[in-house]
Structure formats: structure tokens, C-alpha cells
Design a protein around this ligand. Structure first.
Ligand SMILES: Nc1ncnc2c1ncn2[C@@H]1O[C@H](COP(=O)(O)OP(=O)(O)OP(=O)(O)O)[C@@H](O)[C@H]1O
Ligand SMILES: [Mg+2]
Length: 361
């Protein structure tokens, strides 16, 4: 268990800047998810904590100690990768034993057996212990890789997209298992992913990384409901938040160039926006609703059936807007509908900077 801090980390490779001014604070026993698109700098961040890469600038602290001069082995962190690196001609048990049998500091046999059996029980791979690892399914192999990290009882688990090679069902199952595992071990987890659903469902805290910079850190709730800028707003959520250009005029949201208006009366949430200031109005699809007397008319452009709900794409002029509605809502393509929004749920962004007005200043 450990507390990890990155202070003002920058990393350049030649003339390419991978990370800029990165600050992270990962609490002891926290499940922290680093979320970012491909190339954002996620793996680089993990490798720096693991001691496989040196920061160009800044410091890494583990439990308050600057680990700049510590090698990877001394840091006592375990790295689980996307591609499992198991020894194919050995059994699962042998693969789990390897990390515990370095020439120096070898553990007693009874201790090794105990740790392997416990890890196998935790990951539900006891029945596979005597099987060669090349006879395992992808999900089983990934469990064994995680097992190889667990047996070492490291202070920190670093996981680099460990589930992304698995099919959807298995990914979902392992998500839950990893989360349970983390709670059971009480260990500090830093889990990296480009999958926002994974991030939102697993993280105690989520850090959103964009082009080597942390854009926002917060609970999944904060990130979803109060995204710091339009980047986070459109990255998190599926379908993403609707972002519509417009301005406030006399307590109404006037959308330009779309030319429709929605009420925005007497809300404290204008966050100091003055009338006429160019804004982006952010509204989640679930906060847009259809109603016969609602203020704006649109056409149904597309309908996606998702079982419990439908995701409608509404067309107003030549702009599109997503609305999540109950599955029983009966609509057809090209049908005219009327919609409104929940003004309490609207997030206002500055048009120029893209920053959420509640975060500005
Ligand atoms: N050893 C290296 N030499 C040069 N450039 C590198 C090196 N390692 C990483 N980079 C660059 O740094 C940036 C960040 O890479 P990184 O691997 O951390 O991204 P990532 O967020 O893990 O992406 P992905 O989701 O694709 O794994 C990328 O532009 C990458 O090309
Ligand atoms: Mg990566």
C-alpha cells in the first residue's frame, strides 16, 4: 500500500513532448484511473512510476519519498500489461511461482505455495494451476498475469489497459473482479485505459489526460456532471454530451446558428455569464426530453435501440442532437417531435476557451 505523487512531471523523447507539467496525487488504497486517448501519455506515466523511464523534469514520490534514484526492483510496484507475458511452456503454477523465486531473497517454499494458492483462489484459477499457459483462453491468461502481480504483494499495482484485448463480456466480468480484488487487498491501483466506460465504472478517482496534460481529476460523478472543459464533456459519456453554440438573452438560451431557443430562466447556474457572451451549452442526452408541448421542433434523424432505452438523434435545421428516451417511446425516422431540456442540468462553457464557467477563475 502506498501513496503516490507525481510533481510537475515532464517527459520529452527527442523533440517530442509526451507529458507536460503533470501533477497527480493517488491516495493510499485508492483505485485511480488514468483515462486518455491513444498517444496521450498513459503508458509513459506508468513506466515512470515503475522506474522504467526517467522524467525529463519533475519528481515521483512513493510514500513521501523521492524515488528518482531507485531502480525498478526497489520501488516494489507491479506492472500488468495489455499483452500478457507468460512463459508458454510452463504451467500456471510455475508462472505464478517465478516472481517469488529470484536468486537473492528467495522465499521459503511453504510461503510460495501459500501465496500462489491464495492468488489462484482470489482469481478463481485454482482449477487451472497444472495447465500449461498456452492452453488458456485470453481471459484466463489475463487472470494469470494479474496473479503474477498479486503474489508479489507489491505496494502498488500499475495496470496498463489489462482488459482491452478481451471481448466485451469478459471485460465486464474482469472489471468487477479487479475492483473486488483491489478492495480485498486494500492496495493502491493505478489503472490506465482509453475506455471511458471502464474509467467511470471502476475508478474511485479519474484523471483525464489529453496530449500529455491532466485536464481534470475528480470522482466519476464530478467528471460526468461537471466536466472541466468541452474536451472532457465530449470524451466522457456514451453518447457524449451535446454541445451547442449559443448565448443567453433575457433568461433564454438562444442557439446560433441553429436558431432555436430554450428557457433558461432565473437559474443561479449562469455562473456569471452575461447576456450575449458566446457560449457553448452542454446537455447530456438523458437530460433532453420529448414532450408534445415542448418549445422546439425537430425531426427524428436516427433511432438506436439499446434495450432499456433508445438513443435518438434529433435534427434541428442541419444540426444534430442526441436524446436518450425510454424504450417504449414510439418514434419513427423523419417523424416531427418536440423537445425540451432540463435547464438545471445544462453546463455552460466559454466558447473561446472551452472551459466550464463553473471551473473558470
Ligand atoms: N520511447 C519513445 N520514443 C519516442 N516517443 C515515444 C516513446 N514512448 C512514447 N513515445 C511517444 O509519447 C507519446 C505518449 O506515448 P504513450 O505510449 O505514453 O501513450 P499512451 O497514452 O499509452 O497511448 P496508447 O493508448 O496508444 O497506449 C506518444 O506520442 C508516443 O509516440
Ligand atoms: Mg499505452
Amino acid at each position: 500500500m502506498a501513496h503516490i505523487q507525481l510533481k510537475n512531471i515532464s517527459k520529452t523523447f527527442g523533440n517530442h513532448t509526451a507529458l507536460t507539467g503533470l501533477n497527480l496525487d493517488i491516495g493510499d488504497g485508492e483505485f485511480f484511473v488514468l483515462l486518455g486517448e491513444t498517444g496521450a501519455g498513459k503508458t509513459t506515466t506508468l513506466r515512470m512510476i515503475a522506474g522504467l523511464e526517467k522524467p525529463t523534469e519533475g519528481q515521483v514520490f512513493i510514500d513521501g519519498v523521492d524515488v528518482a534514484n531507485w531502480g525498478a526492483a526497489e520501488r516494489d510496484v507491479a506492472l500488468v500489461l495489455q499483452q500478457y507475458s507468460l512463459y508458454p511452456r510452463y504451467t500456471v503454477r510455475q508462472n505464478l511461482e517465478f516472481p517469488l523465486k529470484p536468486k537473492i531473497r528467495r522465499l521459503p517454499d511453504a510461503e510460495i505455495k501459500d501465496r500462489v494458492d491464495r492468488a489462484a483462489r482470489t482469481l478463481r484459477i485454482e482449477h487451472l494451476l497444472d495447465r500449461k499457459t498456452d492452453r488458456l483462453s485470453g481471459g484466463e491468461m489475463q487472470r494469470v498475469s494479474i496473479g503474477r502481480a498479486i503474489v508479489r504483494k507489491p505496494r502498488v499495482f500499475l495496470m496498463d489497459e489489462p482488459l482491452s484485448a478481451l471481448d466485451a463480456k469478459l471485460r465486464e466480468a474482469l472489471r468487477t473482479e479487479l475492483k473486488n480484488l483491489q478492495m480485498q487487498l486494500g492496495a493502491t491501483f493505478l489503472f490506465v485505459t482509453h475506455d471511458q466506460i471502464e474509467a467511470m465504472s471502476m475508478g474511485d478517482k479519474v484523471g483525464v489526460l489529453n496530449h500529455g496534460r491532466i485536464v481534470q481529476t475528480g470522482t466519476p460523478y464530478e467528471i460526468y456532471n461537471n466536466p472541466r472543459d468541452t474536451y472532457v464533456a465530449s470524451f466522457v459519456g456514451s453518447p457524449p454530451m451535446n454541445l451547442i453554440d449559443g448565448k443567453l438573452v433575457n433568461g433564454r438560451a438562444v442557439m446560433a446558428p441553429l436558431n432555436f431557443e430554450l428557457p433558461f430562466e432565473g437559474r443561479a447556474k449562469t455562473s456569471g455569464a452575461t447576456d450575449g457572451r458566446p457560449l457553448v451549452f452542454g446537455i447530456r442526452p438523458e437530460d433532453v426530453y420529448l414532450e408534445s408541448g415542448a418549445p422546439v421542433e425537430a425531426r427524428v434523424h436516427d433511432v438506436e435501440n439499446h434495450g432499456v432505452e433508445k438513443i435518438l438523434t434529433l435534427r434541428v435545421g442541419d444540426a444534430m442532437l442526441r436524446a436518450t428516451v425510454p424504450a417504449r417511446t414510439d418514434v419513427e425516422i423523419e417523424q416531427p417531435v418536440r423537445f425540451a431540456w432540463d435547464p438545471d442540468k445544462v453546463v455552460l462553457f466559454d466558447k473561446g476557451s472551452g472551459i466550464n464557467l463553473r471551473h473558470a477563475g
